[in-house]
Ligand binder design. Structure first.
Ligand SMILES: [Zn+2]
Ligand SMILES: [Zn+2]
Ligand SMILES: [Zn+2]
Length: 350
C-alpha cells in the first residue's frame, strides 16, 4: 500500500472545563483560557478543507506540540522554553500523534443550533452569530440498548438431533435373504489424443512455437508501488492526528499491472471418449480396440454391481473386486445385512 499525502486539515478540541469547541491551533480555550490538557484528544471539524496557507502548512509539518513538564501548558514543537512559565521544554512531553481520526469530511455538515438563543449557525462556527454564546458540543446520543443475545442453542440442537438420527438410522441393520437377479460389470480405458487446442494465457507464458490469436489487456497483479502504465486504485481519504492541531490527509493506493492475455493454438494431450466394455454376465473383460495414431492410454477403471431380489423389493451391492464379483452366480441365495438406509453392508452365502 502506498500512502499518498493529500495535505493537511485543521482539527478541533473541546474544552473539558467549559465544553467550548476550539480550533486545533488554539492552545488555550478561546472561552475560559484554560490550556488544552494532554489527555484531551483532537477531533475532526464538521467540515474539512485542505489548507493552502503556506505558514499553516509549515506549522502542520512541525510535529507534535510539547507539554511543559512543570506547568503542563501546551507549547508548539518549535518552542524551546514554556511560554507560560519559561521552563526549558527539553524535559517536556510531546503530544501523542499518528492516530487515525476518520474519513475526510468533505460533505457540508448540518447547521448547529445555539444552546442559548436557538439560532442556527453554520457547522464550522464556534460562537453564535446572534448572541455570541459559545456553540458547545452537543451531548452524544445515548448508546442504543444492547440487543438481546439471540438464541443460538436451537439450530445447534437441530443439527445435533440430525446427526444422532443419521447414526441411529445407519446402525439399525437387519438381515434378509436375497437371490441374485442381475449382475453387471463395466470396464473403461481413458484415452488421450495429441491434437491442436485453443488455450489462453499471459503473452509472456505462451510457448514460443504457438500460434497467437486475439489478445486483450487484463489485470495480472496488484502491487503497492506505482509503475508506468499501471492503474491507480485508491481508498477513501482519511485524517491522521499530527499532534499539532492539524491532521494529515492520507489516501492508501495500490497499482494494477495490466498485461496481454491471448488465445493461442498449440498441440496438447486432450481427453477423447473412453473405450468402454460392459456386460450382464460373470466374465468381465477389458476393451480391446487398438489405439489410434497420436493416442495414449490415460488410466483404467472397473466397476461391478450385483442386484438381489427378496420378496417384494431389490437390493444393490457393489463387490470390491473381480474375484468377489465372480462368486455371485445368478439365482444363488445370500444372507444380506441391510442398514437403515437400505444399503447392503455385508453378504454371506445362505
Ligand atoms: Zn474553556
Ligand atoms: Zn510551563
Ligand atoms: Zn445564540
Amino acid at each position: 500500500m502506498t500512502q499518498k499525502e493529500l495535505g493537511y486539515v485543521e482539527l478541533e478540541w473541546t474544552c473539558p472545563a467549559c465544553n467550548t469547541r476550539n480550533p486545533g491551533t488554539a492552545r488555550k480555550c478561546t472561552q475560559c483560557g484554560a490550556s488544552q490538557p494532554a489527555e484531551v484528544k483532537f477531533e475532526q471539524a464538521p467540515e474539512e478543507k485542505i489548507i493552502t496557507d503556506e505558514a499553516k502548512i509549515a506549522e502542520a509539518k512541525a510535529g507534535p506540540d510539547i507539554y511543559c513538564a512543570y506547568c503542563g501548558t501546551r507549547n508548539p514543537s518549535t518552542a524551546t522554553t514554556c511560554k507560560q512559565c519559561s521552563a526549558p521544554l527539553a524535559e517536556g512531553k510531546a503530544r501523542e500523534a499518528g492516530g487515525v481520526l476518520g474519513g475526510l469530511k468533505t460533505e457540508p455538515a448540518a447547521p448547529i443550533k445555539c444552546p442559548s438563543c436557538g439560532a442556527e449557525n453554520p457547522a464550522m462556527a464556534h460562537t453564535c452569530a446572534k448572541c455570541g454564546a459559545p456553540l458547545v458540543k452537543a451531548a452524544p446520543p445515548p448508546p442504543p440498548p444492547a440487543a438481546k443475545r439471540g438464541c443460538v442453542g436451537l439450530p445447534v440442537l437441530l443439527i445435533l438431533i440430525a446427526i444422532i438420527a443419521f447414526i441411529v438410522m445407519g446402525s439399525r441393520s437387519k438381515a434378509v435373504v436375497g437371490q441374485v437377479s442381475d449382475v453387471y460389470w463395466r470396464r473403461a480405458i481413458a484415452i488421450e489424443a495429441f491434437m491442436p487446442v485453443t488455450r489462453e494465457n499471459w503473452r509472456a507464458d505462451i510457448p514460443a512455437d504457438a500460434e497467437v490469436g486475439n489478445c486483450r489487456k487484463e489485470v495480472r497483479r496488484t502491487q503497492n508501488e506505482p509503475a508506468p502504465g499501471a492503474r491507480e486504485v485508491c481508498g477513501t481519504p482519511y485524517v491522521k492526528d499530527e499532534g499539532s492541531g492539524y491532521g494529515k490527509v492520507i489516501q492508501d493506493c495500490q497499482y494494477q499491472i495490466f498485461e496481454d492475455k491471448c488465445q493461442y493454438k498449440a498441440l496438447a494431450w486432450v481427453a477423447v471418449p473412453a473405450l468402454v466394455r460392459e456386460g450382464h454376465d460373470l466374465a468381465p473383460a477389458w476393451p480391446d480396440k487398438a489405439l489410434g495414431q497420436d493416442q495414449r492410454q490415460a488410466g483404467r477403471t472397473e466397476g461391478y454391481k450385483v442386484v438381489f431380489a427378496t420378496d417384494g423389493r431389490t437390493y444393490e451391492y457393489t463387490p470390491r473386486s473381480e474375484d468377489e464379483f465372480r462368486s455371485f452366480q445368478p439365482g444363488s441365495r445370500w444372507q444380506l445385512t441391510v442398514n437403515g438406509f437400505g444399503a447392503v453392508t455385508g453378504v454371506t452365502p445362505d
